[in-house]
Write a protein that binds this ligand. Structure first.
Ligand SMILES: NC(=O)c1ccc[n+]([C@@H]2O[C@H](COP(=O)([O-])OP(=O)(O)OC[C@H]3O[C@@H](n4cnc5c(N)ncnc54)[C@H](O)[C@@H]3O)[C@@H](O)[C@H]2O)c1
Length: 261
């Protein structure tokens, strides 16, 4: 299927690692111009060089996403170089384990890391998205729906992101801008490796998780998340907006009698 993404300018936050890396690579393989926003210049430069070597079109913009001035500058420099923005993928985030005991300052910090930065990026891209009649893809988490325990800030942020997906989709429909979310549940990435290592029995817990994923008892790959993102961001999804799409092998919603052996 031709996705018609050739030369579309796509911002992917946190796009050098984990799920973000998969998303960047998938857009690049469709001929899009991928602009990765991230906070490690060296890693970003190496990633972009690698993408270009394999024929992709890409650039890196330094942005610690919680710093609004960084975000604005990265957006301005993207427009200076490429003249347009067609897609914004809000991927950067961290399950930081800010629980009810952590206190209000830590909770606010978690919202900054996982939610406010997404508002900031979309705010600064808004005029460009209106001009291109572009679209936004938010990367959420099953935690918004299921909870996880011990992670109030992350759960609130991802719940907020689902709310913003619907709110922005409605608000921006008049401008021809589509907004959707893609929701992973269990994907092996650097973030996930750190999280599973903190569990009481990392190996046993990982096996139990995989056993309870209905489709093929395995984790979802970054590539599978990326393929869904690329499809919903493409003009082939031209009448899809405000949708929250779970790419999770059925993990989040299926009947527990069949998923908890
Ligand atoms: N891995 C999973 O199983 C899983 C499950 C549900 C949701 N998610 C979501 O998917 C997204 C990607 O997760 P991942 O597992 O690939 O994470 P990861 O930690 O492996 O990669 C995230 C990337 O984003 C960057 N990043 C994070 N915060 C940033 C900030 N404030 N400014 C700039 N860059 C920042 C990191 O440096 C890193 O490069 C996140 O939003 C996460 O909540 C992941």
């Amino acid at each position: 299927m031709e996705l018609n993404l050739e030369n579309k300018v796509v911002i992917v936050t946190g796009g050098t690692k984990g799920i973000g890396e998969g998303i960047s690579r998938s857009f690049a393989s469709e001929g899009a111009i991928v602009v990765v926003f991230g906070r490690n210049q060296q890693e970003g430069d190496a990633f972009v060089a690698d993408l270009k070597e394999s024929g992709g079109k890409a650039a890196f913009r330094f942005a610690e996403m919680t710093d609004e001035a960084n975000v604005k500058e990265a957006v301005d420099r993207t427009l200076d170089e490429f003249g347009r923005i067609d897609v914004v993928v809000n991927n950067a985030g961290v399950n930081d384990g800010v629980d009810l005991g952590a206190g209000v300052d830590a909770f606010r910090g978690s919202l900054e890391k996982n939610l406010t930065q997404c508002y900031s990026l979309v705010h600064h891209c808004l005029n460009a998205l209106k001009q291109s009649r572009g679209n936004i893809v938010n990367i959420g988490s099953k935690v918004a729906e299921t909870g996880q325990g011990g992670t109030s800030g992350y759960a609130a942020s991802k719940g907020g992101m689902n709310g913003l997906t619907r709110e922005w989709a409605l608000d921006l429909a008049k401008d021809g801008i589509r907004v959707n979310s893609v929701i992973p549940a269990e994907v092996m990435t650097p973030l996930y490796e750190r999280w599973i290592a903190r569990q009481p029995d990392p190996e046993g817990d990982l096996k139990a998780i995989c056993d309870s994923i209905p489709l093929e008892n395995r984790m979802t790959t970054s590539q599978e998340i990326a393929d869904a993102v690329v499809f919903v961001a493409s003009p082939r999804s031209s009448h899809t907006t405000g949708q929250i799409l779970y790419v999770d092998g059925g993990y989040t919603h299926f009947d527990r009698r069949y998923t908890c052996g």
